[in-house]
Design a binder for this molecule. Structure first.
Ligand SMILES: [Zn+2]
Length: 276
C-alpha cells in the first residue's frame, strides 16, 4: 500500500512538472505540510485530499506569481505579457497559470511590436497567443516537440462572428484544434500526413478544444495581416502554417512562411512563430 502511495505521488509529480515545470517541485515542498496535518488530524481521505489541494495551491500561486518571474528573468526568460495588456494577451488565463507564457526577450519584444503594428491598422484587434515556453532551461513543452528554448510562440487566427462581424473571440476554448479545413482543390496536407506519412496523431489537437462554437468563421483579412506582420519582423526566423492557408492568403515576397511537415501538429488552427 505504501509503495502504491509513493508511486502515485511520483506520477503526480511528473504530471505537474510536465504541465507547469515548477508544479512537481511545489508538490515536493508541500509534502512535509501534508504529512504534519495527517499526523495531527485524523480525517477521511477525501478531506485530506481537499486540504492538500488547498495547501498546494496556496504555495503554487505566490511562487508562480512572485518568485519564478524574477529568477526566470535572471536566466533570460520573461513573461510575454500581462493580462491587462491592451494589444497582446494569452488566449486563456491558464497559459499564465501553468507557466506556459515564457519566452526570450527578443520574442516578447517582437510579439509586442507586431501587436502594436496591427493595432494601428485594426484598432480593436487584440493578438491572442497560446503556448510559448517554460520559465527555465530547455525542457520540452509537451505536447509540442518544437517548443523548448523560449524561441517559439503559437498565435491564434482571427474570426468573424455569426453576423460576419469582426470579433476577438475564438471558436476553440483552448485555442487549439478548430481547423480551417482545406477547400476542394486546395492542398490536402492533413489527409496526406495521416495516410501517406502515417502520422495518426496529425490532427490530435481536435480533441483538445475543451469545447468549441461552430458559429464563427475564419477571418482571412486580419489573419493575413497578422501573419504578414510577424513574417516581416526582423526578429522572426520562420512561421509554420498549413500550405492551403499559405496559398489562400496569398503572401507575397515572404519566404519564411512554411509548412511544419508531417511530423509536427496541424497548423490550420493556429500559426507558430519562431525567432532567431
Ligand atoms: Zn508551436
Amino acid at each position: 500500500m505504501k509503495l502504491l502511495k509513493w508511486f502515485s505521488f511520483a506520477c503526480l509529480m511528473v504530471f505537474l512538472t510536465v504541465l507547469t515545470q515548477i508544479g512537481g517541485l511545489v508538490l515536493l515542498l508541500s509534502y512535509p505540510i501534508f504529512r504534519y496535518l495527517r499526523q495531527i488530524y485524523h480525517l477521511k481521505n477525501i478531506h485530506h485530499f481537499l486540504i492538500n489541494t488547498l495547501i498546494f495551491s496556496a504555495l503554487y500561486a505566490p511562487i508562480s506569481t512572485w518568485i519564478v518571474p524574477p529568477i526566470a528573468k535572471h536566466f533570460g526568460r520573461v513573461r510575454l505579457t500581462t493580462l491587462d495588456n491592451a494589444v497582446l494577451r494569452p488566449h486563456s488565463i491558464w497559459y499564465s497559470v501553468l507557466n506556459r507564457d515564457y519566452a526570450i526577450p527578443k520574442l516578447s519584444d517582437a510579439a509586442q511590436r507586431v501587436a502594436l503594428r496591427l493595432h494601428e491598422t485594426s484598432p480593436n484587434a487584440i493578438v491572442y497567443f497560446l503556448d510559448a515556453g517554460f520559465p527555465f532551461g530547455g525542457m520540452p513543452l509537451l505536447p509540442h516537440l518544437s517548443h523548448g528554448n523560449g524561441h517559439q510562440l503559437d498565435v491564434t487566427f482571427f474570426y468573424l462572428d455569426k453576423n460576419q462581424q469582426v470579433t476577438n473571440l475564438k471558436p476553440s476554448k483552448s485555442g487549439y484544434g478548430y481547423y480551417e479545413q482545406p477547400r476542394v482543390g486546395e492542398a490536402q496536407t492533413a489527409e496526406y500526413c495521416k495516410e501517406k506519412a502515417k502520422n495518426k496523431f496529425y490532427d490530435f489537437a481536435q480533441n483538445l478544444t475543451f469545447g468549441s462554437r461552430k458559429d464563427m468563421t475564419f477571418d482571412p483579412d486580419r489573419t493575413k495581416q497578422l501573419i504578414q506582420y510577424f513574417a516581416q519582423d526582423p526578429a522572426v526566423r520562420r512561421i509554420w502554417l498549413e500550405p492551403h492557408l499559405t496559398k489562400r492568403l496569398n503572401f507575397k515576397g515572404l519566404d519564411n512562411i512554411r509548412p511544419a511537415g508531417c511530423h509536427a501538429a496541424r497548423h490550420d488552427d493556429h500559426f507558430h512563430v519562431q525567432v532567431y
